[in-house]
Design a protein around this ligand. Sequence first.
Ligand code: CO8
Length: 257
Amino acid sequence: MSYETILVETRGKVGLVTLNRPKALNALNAQVLADLLAAFRAFDADPAIAASVLTGSEKAFAAGADIKEMQSRDYVDMYVADAFAGWDDFARIRKPIIAAVAGYALGGGCELAMMCDFIIAGDNAKFGQPEITLGVMPGMGGSQRLTRFVGKSKAMDMVLTGRMMDAAEAERCGLVSRVVPADDLMAEALTAASRIAEFSLPAVMMAKEAVDRAYETTLSEGLRFERRLFHSMFALEDQKEGMAAFVEKRPARFLDR
Ligand code: CO8
């Protein structure tokens, strides 16, 4: 399948999606959303794919929602269309997605990176929620996800001043999981995705679901959810294989069952 705004490849069991609107610094619009949903839903449905990487260009992961497309819309247009609600579907993709961020991840670009499961940043990455400079505020989850990731003080600073944070600050405050030299970014992200792809797919998907639950519910409900998933894993052949392999001092051969 070919897409208008993204490039899609596979590397073994890893899917690789590259945002590809270079003239607009990968600004996000309805076509980008449609393309991303189609690509990642296809990965979810493909038993040959276990994890994926989402990236942009060296200059920009994505410089936000497309301002030129948004500028003339009015309140009724936005409300009736429930503009940008479709991005919630991106956060429901079930197999792991690593965001590999080089350059700008601003506004909707930062919000899209935060919808992925974790972020690996090149040392040239810059994160920001500059919507306030346009007379608006974050609208794709930034006020909520950024606050959960980095806490109130830093989130307020970013959202109210519109300033950018560099990769080192983003790692210090927990927005990104690791920072690597920009030249090594894709290799690091693909290696991490390949590592995930070696494990039992149902165990990986349940682990992702459990961590995500921490953002949705209370600690006691989250602990109960985790324990029930953990119990259910003893119905997996891969639990038998993984533990037997440890005891027998040999590599595990997971069957994704
Ligand atoms: N939308 C549309 N076009 C863009 C965007 C964007 N977000 N960002 C950059 N571009 C375009 C520029 O207009 C320019 O096009 P052209 O050559 O035709 O003029 C091209 O990309 C290159 O950009 P610059 O010349 O500006 O490149 P610089 O290297 O000088 O600057 C920056 C790079 C700093 C990234 C600068 O482009 C910039 O500040 N961009 C806008 C960043 C921004 O404000 N992002 C937030 C957008 S709003 C948003 O994301 C809200 C999300 C939630 C919406 C939900 C609503 C319900």
